[in-house]
Design a protein around this ligand. Structure first.
Ligand code: HEM
Length: 129
């Protein structure tokens, strides 16, 4: 079950990295340098932390059968345009999160995990585009 595999990834991440959010945003800003300016007022990283938490919850919900996640993310995609985040940049976020998990898990990142992440990301219409 994909939800169990994703949960296992989260547990392994928790053992190795107290907070992956800074790594995720570092990678996001490396790919999209203009995006960093959007967070100038987020000095304590609270908005970034909240965004990361919502994203992980959405991934787990989607893996468990999608009670709300695909809808929520489609709505956030439009909302974010109003915050200055283009859909193209927004769409990279799940892929960036997956890449950070892959990096941190290193040799413990299995083909099974890769398959589960790709299946779940594939349910969001733009995440793997
Ligand atoms: C799966 C993708 C994403 C999801 C689910 C998501 C979700 C959210 C949520 C729930 C908030 C509200 C947080 C709060 O203030 O309590 C938020 C805020 C924000 N997001 Fe995202 N986000 C995503 C991707 C992105 C990307 C790629 C960027 C830009 C590079 C971005 C930029 C922002 C900014 C600037 C805010 C703060 C707005 C403010 O000043 O209050 N988001 N996001």
């Amino acid at each position: 079950m994909d939800v169990q595999i994703l949960t296992q990834c989260l547990e392994l991440m928790g053992e190795r990295c107290a907070d992956p959010a800074p790594l995720v945003f570092q990678r996001l800003f490396a790919e999209n340098p203009a995006a960093e300016a959007l967070f100038v007022r987020d000095t304590a990283g609270l908005v970034r932390g909240e965004m990361m938490a919502v994203t992980m919850e959405a991934l787990l919900d989607c893996a468990a059968g999608d009670a709300y996640a695909v809808n929520l993310v489609e709505i956030e995609r439009v909302n974010h345009e109003g915050m200055g985040v283009s859909p193209e940049v927004f769409d990279t976020f799940f892929r960036v999160v997956m890449a950070v998990f892959q990096d941190i898990l290193g040799p413990d990142w299995t083909n099974e995990m890769d398959g589960a992440w790709r299946r779940v990301l594939g349910k969001f219409p733009h995440a793997l585009a």
